[in-house]
Ligand binder design. Structure first.
Ligand SMILES: Cc1cc2nc3c(=O)[nH]c(=O)nc-3n(C[C@H](O)[C@H](O)[C@H](O)COP(=O)(O)OP(=O)(O)OC[C@H]3O[C@@H](n4cnc5c(N)ncnc54)[C@H](O)[C@@H]3O)c2cc1C
Length: 515
């Protein structure tokens, strides 16, 4: 891991070390153990093992350093806003992320003012909340018959489980109250339940959040054919006779440029920078960057009513330890995804002069599915460049009348949910600025046929460019409200299996020729 030697040639280059790039490395390590894999990541390594979640870093100063080091090429520190900033109308990024400098909104459009990215080994999964629900109803990709098996495999890779907060004394009470308000008429799968989380408890009781380190796993870290090279910006995908043939990569430490030949190239560089790299490489299919969608997010807070006194042995760290993380699944009838959890991840500040029973305040969040439009897009041009010198993302984004209606329904619903669990802290809910969900999808979407409305096929292979694969939330073709990472890791599993199968076949063919 972290070798500084750039290879001349490998079987597979992976661009980006977030969970979807890591899923390719893991499946290839398991299924094509002889394959050589080079993963390039533009950001630095900020945790140990590489890709680990920064919340697992015990020392707060060290954790803050890891977050700052993930915040991209611009000025560090000043842009990190406190959680109340969004409410106060300040354009702020969450720790570990950075915003677009400009091009996030255009006249007459809603734009996406807080569209964010992370640049570090592990990508956003070194900073995420780890919520990994499965999609429901219209969120599901109907043309993938193996979707459930792929999701199960994604859960294995991410280490998803539902028992991380089973010791939380208020969790069951929150869910009981939510259930009474929403479960009527729902099938079991869409009733209120514990949120599946990419987190587990160590034997000593300490919570460990999954990052890309968990997705990579020992099988990848121990794979002699695998190398991860950080602070390396891939500036172009190279092609030979139309097929992907390698990448051009810049060593950000030395400034040196390298060409690395590859049998396959996987671009897993997030939903804004995967289309960026394709565009910079001259791969500009009609759907590239289009159908961009983010989940409008409505938040509210309530103080739990009539809470029983805490036992003497109740957990003493973190509000999530008291109330856990609960899930109200998306349904067609209620087209939002609900996440109810501790308030330290919410943009609503707690009042300092109001003593609060630990864990008795919960934040409620409803994520709304967007009406998909081809004109909602991340675009690029020859004029504007980002902090890395790559074509700068320019975002065109507009809510439809239906989007406004869904958001209004979500605002009414969240007040109802808040009142069901306790006493609301605010008179009305708050709608976060577009981009807040950090769940950008659709920009390299998957499709069944190459009809100009998709960028890649069902294996994530880019139409018209054999051997080039895309990964990440951008590949998700449906309008979802639930957190997307589990789904995008599942889609990565499918693509990785395809590459592994081809490499294994070629290996067998080579061996038989040699014999
Ligand atoms: C605070 C927070 C909370 C979140 N909570 C949740 C949640 O609960 N559930 C959920 O599903 N999702 C959540 N997310 C989103 C989740 O983290 C992302 O969906 C997930 O990380 C996407 O994985 P990825 O591999 O596609 O991309 P990323 O994790 O973004 O990784 C992409 C990587 O590619 C690198 N890269 C980009 N361009 C280049 C280039 N040209 N050369 C080399 N490297 C490049 C980037 O630096 C980055 O490290 C959250 C995110 C944040 C920040």
């Amino acid at each position: 891991m972290n070798a500084r030697r750039y290879p001349h040639s490998v079987d597979v280059v992976i661009v980006g070390s977030g969970p979807t790039g890591a899923a390719y490395a893991r499946i290839l390590s398991e299924r094509a153990p002889g394959a050589t894999i080079a993963m390039f990541e533009v950001g630095p390594t900020v945790s140990d093992p590489p890709g680990a979640h920064v919340k697992n870093i015990a020392d707060p100063a060290e954790r803050a350093r890891a977050q700052m080091a993930s915040e991209g090429p611009g000025e560090r520190g000043a842009k990190v806003a406190n959680p109340g900033a969004a409410k106060a109308g300040v354009r702020g990024a969450r720790p570990g992320t950075f915003l677009l400098e400009d091009g996030y909104a255009f006249d007459g459009e809603d734009g996406m003012p807080v569209a964010a990215m992370s640049s570090n080994v592990g990508g956003m999964s070194a900073h995420w909340t780890g919520a990994c629900p499965r999609p429901n109803d219209s969120e599901r990709i109907t043309f993938l018959p193996d979707l459930d098996e792929l999701l199960a495999e994604g859960e294995r890779l991410l280490g998803v489980r539902t028992d991380a907060f089973d010791g939380a004394p208020f969790g069951a009470i929150v869910r009981e109250r939510l259930s009474a308000a929403v479960d009527e008429g729902r099938i079991e799968a869409t009733r209120v339940q514990r949120m599946p989380l990419a987190a587990h408890r160590r034997d000593d009781g300490r919570l460990v959040w999954s990052g890309s380190d968990v997705v990579l796993g020992d099988v990848t870290r121990d794979n002699p054919g695998f190398s991860l090279i950080d602070e390396s910006l891939v500036t172009a995908v190279l092609r030979d006779a139309g097929r992907a043939a390698g990448v051009r990569v810049r060593d950000l430490r030395s400034g040196g440029e390298h060409e690395v030949a590859a049998r396959f190239v996987v671009v897993a560089a997030d939903a804004l920078r995967t289309p960026q790299l394709l565009w910079a490489s001259g791969v500009r299919s009609p759907a590239l960057g289009r159908y961009l969608n983010d989940q409008a997010q409505i938040v509210f807070a309530a103080r739990l009513r009539d809470m029983p006194p805490l036992d003497a042995d109740a957990p003493a760290t973190g509000l999530a330890e008291y109330s856990g993380v609960s899930w109200v699944p998306f349904t067609e009838g209620m087209p939002f995804h609900g996440q109810i959890m501790q308030l330290d991840a919410s943009p609503i500040p707690l009042a300092e002069d109001d003593p609060v029973v630990p864990g008795s305040i919960v934040g409620l969040g409803l994520f709304c599915a967007k009406d998909l439009q081809a004109d909602d897009r991340v675009a690029f041009d020859d004029e504007h460049v980002d902090g890395y010198g790559m074509p700068a993302p320019r975002i065109h984004y507009t809510f439809t009348a239906r989007d406004h209606a869904v958001m209004e329904r979500a605002r009414q619903e969240i007040v109802r949910l808040g009142e069901a669990v306790g006493d609301p802290l605010d008179s009305r809910p708050f709608t976060l600025p577009p981009g807040s969900s950090l769940h950008y999808q659709g920009s390299t979407r998957m499709g069944v046929v190459d009809d100009g409305t998709s960028v890649c096929d069902v294996d994530s292979e880019v139409w018209g460019v054999p051997d080039l694969f895309v990964a990440g939330n951008g590949v998700i073709p449906t309008s979802t409200a639930c957190n997307p990472t589990l789904t995008s890791v599942a889609l990565a599993v499918r693509g990785a299996r395809k590459i592994a199968a081809v490499l294994s076949r070629e290996q067998v063919a080579t061996e038989s020729i040699a014999v």
